[in-house]
Design a protein around this ligand. Structure first.
Ligand code: NAG
Ligand code: NAG
Ligand code: NAG
Ligand code: NAG
Ligand code: NAG
Ligand code: NAG
Ligand code: NAG
Ligand code: NAG
Ligand code: NAG
Length: 475
């Protein structure tokens, strides 16, 4: 921790006036500062530290602080090559528009700090559409920049001891529903073309749309995030890794109006052209509540490919489905080498759901010959209670989903289950120790089979976190 640098910049003029007297006082305050703070785990600690209030911010919930955030990040970016800097957001309600991050930078939110996204649209710059989507998801025109945005960065941390970022999404949800948007809604946090990213120990609420969207990025650690949005609002997905590699998502609790986690990689001809897969992902100790969507969705935008996704120790309650594959003719690419184990489900519409006719195209120029390859999908040790539909598995007629393996799956039915418990078309695979008995397309094995789950660790799991310090006292 560099206690001097922030004190110096703030007080340089004062030193001239008060001389030694000031230095003595500063020393006392520095001792106080060391006590008034917390330690936290991070991929990197920073040499320099500053408070948001050093840049004129006012935490009254009314004053717009966009300029203060920008000034803080601009100023602290000068420390990037000198040991990096952290910006502490102290207790208060900090209203702001969209702002950008910088490299070798930590944004730390005190547990009583709330960043509120302003509802004034002019505070959200409009960015071009993503190359792998070819258009905005909500509307063909551009897209609003996320509340917290970063592009072409390295070594960025967004953390806290459970501070809050509130997107105040209600007016956006309303406009979306009424079809009044010609620009795609902003996300809460988006990181693009970046690597070595950590997002941890925060509560994220009421995003206008998705909550966390890393895209075209790698080496991403997401831990200890609580995400809360009403379960009846549109597209408030939790975490959406998109054309990213080496991700570790652990210990998250997500309640949302859309998928808790949706793994993606671009849309039809645009995603095929960019060709960046999402790969080497581990998702563990996730708790999800999503009555209208999936615990973990793979797709529907998967046109750069999705492979090597490992899901374990997951609980879902009152959720539409567990791990769902969504794709369509025109998507191309693949969803393959998918593994899930130790999944506990309570009150579910579906346990297993695969959809080969999801539709939803960016425009009519998609290639009807671009068939997705769905292969090597492994699910084991699932226990589900109060289930209406054990499985709805729809592959593509001339393009079956292959190599599906399910073992040690126990599903208890709800009071009024569907008549056809396993409804399967266009799929191939095997089952072992699965109840109720699966459809005939998933051949029941006489000898017990244990579906695969990789033994090795991903590279991102080899990165250890170090203990850093965030001081809260005003210097
Ligand atoms: C953030 O950076 C992007 C890309 O450089 C830029 O278009 C946008 O205006 C910046 N946003 C803000 C709030 O400065
Ligand atoms: C960011 O990186 C992308 C991909 O490497 C590149 O196309 C783009 O020009 C970069 N943008 C900036 C602002 O450096
Ligand atoms: C962050 O969360 C983890 C659990 O996910 C916890 O062990 C750790 O103490 C938390 N750190 C802070 C600074 O709150
Ligand atoms: C963080 O805050 C949220 C919202 O108040 C709460 O639900 C969650 O349990 C807290 N997490 C931790 C680790 O304290
Ligand atoms: C969106 O529509 C508004 C009102 O119709 C118009 O003023 C604005 O220029 C449009 N924005 C874009 C990016 O097309
Ligand atoms: C079972 O699921 C139904 C919805 O299908 C729900 O209404 C009911 O409360 C659930 N029962 C239990 C015991 O969780
Ligand atoms: C089985 O799924 C098909 C869609 O593939 C659907 O049309 C049909 O109604 C389902 N059958 C039953 C009995 O639920
Ligand atoms: C899976 O089920 C088999 C019986 O088919 C049993 O021998 C095995 O112990 C089970 N494995 C786990 C991890 O539950
Ligand atoms: C991370 O810590 C583990 C356990 O202490 C150790 O085996 C491993 O070598 C460390 N990795 C790195 C990259 O330092």
């Amino acid at each position: 921790m560099d206690l001097k640098s922030s004190a110096m910049s703030h007080a340089a003029a004062t030193i001239v006036i008060f001389g030694l007297l000031f230095l003595q006082a500063a020393e006392c305050r520095n001792v106080k500062k060391i006590k008034d703070g917390v330690t936290y785990s991070a991929i990197k600690c920073r040499k320099h530290s500053a408070l948001l209030t050093d840049f004129g911010a006012v935490g009254d919930g009314k004053t717009l602080n966009t300029k203060a955030f920008k000034a803080a990040v601009d100023h602290l970016s000068k420390s990037a090559s000198k040991g990096g800097a952290q910006l502490i957001v102290p207790p208060g309600k900090w209203l702001t528009g969209s702002f950008n991050l910088t490299s070798h930078f930590t944004l730390f939110l005190h547990k009583d700090a709330i960043i509120h996204g302003t509802q004034d649209e002019s505070e959200w710059p409009i960015l071009p559409v993503l190359p792998s989507y070819g258009r905005g998801r909500d509307a063909p025109d551009g897209r609003f920049s996320s509340l917290i945005f970063g592009t072409n960065l390295t070594d960025v941390i967004i953390t806290g001891n459970n501070g809050t970022i509130d997107g105040q999404g209600a007016p956006w949800w309303d406009k979306y529903r009424k079809g009044l948007l010609n620009v795609t809604r902003p996300y809460l946090i988006e990181i693009m073309y970046s690597n070595h990213i950590q997002i941890s120990n925060l509560t994220l609420i009421n995003s206008p749309s998705w909550h966390v969207h890393p895209i075209y990025s790698s080496y991403i650690t997401i831990q200890g995030i609580t995400i809360l949005a009403p379960v009846n609002v549109p597209n408030t997905d939790g975490i959406n890794p998109d054309s990213c590699s080496q991700l570790r998502i652990e210990d998250c609790y997500i309640v949302s109006g859309d998928d808790c986690i949706a793994v993606k990689s671009g849309w039809d001809q645009y995603g095929i052209k960019v060709g960046m897969p999402t790969e080497h992902v581990v998702i563990r100790r996730l708790t999800c509540i999503s009555p209208k969507s999936a615990t973990v969705a793979l797709g529907s935008e998967m046109s750069g490919g999705i492979r090597d996704v490992r899901v374990e120790d997951v609980t879902a309650i009152n959720t539409e489905s567990s791990i769902r594959i969504k794709t369509a003719v025109g998507r191309g690419a693949y969803v393959k080498d998918i593994y899930a184990r130790r999944v506990t489900l309570k009150t579910m519409k579906y346990v297993f759901w695969m959809t080969g006719a999801y539709g939803s195209h960016p425009n009519n120029d998609f290639d009807p010959n671009a068939l997705p390859v769905i292969q090597n999908i492994n699910f084991k040790e699932f226990v589900a209670e109060n289930v209406s539909i054990p499985a709805q598995l729809d592959g593509i007629a001339n393009d079956p989903f292959k190599g599906i393996c399910m073992s040690n799956v126990s599903i208890s039915l709800s009071a009024n289950p569907t008549k056809l418990l396993w409804n399967c078309t266009g799929i191939e695979g095997i089952t072992s120790n699965v109840t109720p008995k699966a459809c005939d397309l998933l051949l029941q094995q006489q000898k017990p089979v244990d579906c695969a789950f990789p033994e090795d660790k991903l590279a991102i799991e080899g990165f250890n976190l170090t203990t850093c310090f965030a001081g809260f006292a005003k210097v």
